[in-house]
Design a binder for this molecule. Structure first.
Ligand code: 13P
Length: 255
């Protein structure tokens, strides 16, 4: 296990929070606080905030991401956003298959795969989310499920494209609940994801893929989580809406 082989990435997922004006203000507050980061810093924001966020982040080390992307290039898909629209707007990353999308918006392993392919084919970096529910964990399905979700999401993704893939292990029971996975649980879950990548692409390739942990990561627990061998960063919800808290997580990842 060699963490030097992969990038540490701290990404905020703002979910459905912040207007464009609020986005600008928050990014301006964050910029000086994360300027010395020794990791990649990304903020995934609502579609409508993207122009303001890209403008505010200009000249800084903050990269902007979206929270979803459609799998078709264009057409009659009311309410959806295509990958080249995001690219042209200055977006570099996109979150795909978040458990909230799977739970509330009918996202399936198949649509997660199609969205991932669309993002990667357009040259975007895909942050693909996987994770088990509490019930699945208690039934002992965590490893099977994480491996299945990871492999399904990566169907037809080439070895070369894997360089633009980040997998975020987000146990559903830890999202927005204040219940964080223990560092051991996070490391184990991320290890299952890496093992699935190794099974599909080989161990050497798997060693180079960034696997984040997400789920109630905050300024207080980031150090312990990020110290784990398999935890190459975080996907941060609530704590990414507060500049000081997010900066502390970035600082922990920069050690
Ligand atoms: P919280 O950090 O608010 O638990 O959210 C995690 C998450 O869902 C990030 O995508």
């Amino acid at each position: 296990m060699n963490k030097q082989l992969r990038k540490t990435v701290i990404a905020g997922n703002w979910k459905m929070n912040k207007t464009p004006e609020q986005a600008k203000a928050l990014i301006n507050e964050m910029k000086p606080l994360v300027a010395n980061a020794d990791c990649d810093v990304v903020l995934c924001v609502p579609f409508i905030d993207i122009p303001a966020a890209v403008e505010a982040a200009k000249g800084s080390n903050i990269k902007i991401g979206a929270e979803n992307v459609h799998f078709k290039a264009s057409g009659a898909y009311t309410g959806e956003i295509a990958a080249d629209m995001l690219k042209e707007a200055g977006v570099e990353y996109v979150v795909i298959g978040h458990s909230e999308r799977r739970t509330y918006f009918g996202e399936t392993d198949q649509t997660v795969n199609l969205r991932s392919l669309a993002a990667l084919n357009a040259g975007l970096k895909a942050i693909i989310c996987v994770g088990e529910t509490l019930e699945q964990r208690e039934l002992g399905y965590t490893e099977t499920l994480l491996k299945y979700q990871t492999k399904m999401a990566l169907t037809n993704v080439t070895k070369e494209q894997l360089a633009n893939v980040i997998i975020a292990y987000e146990p559903v029971w830890a999202i927005g609940t204040g219940v964080t996975a223990t560092a051991e649980q996070a490391d184990e879950g991320n290890g299952f994801v890496r093992a699935a990548i190794a099974e599909a692409y080989g161990a050497d390739v798997a060693e180079t893929v960034t696997v984040q942990y997400g789920g109630s990561m905050n300024a207080g627990n980031a150090d312990e989580l990020l110290a784990k061998a398999n935890v190459d960063g975080g996907l941060i919800g609530g704590a990414s809406l507060k500049a000081a808290d997010f900066a502390k997580i970035v600082e922990a990842a920069s050690k």
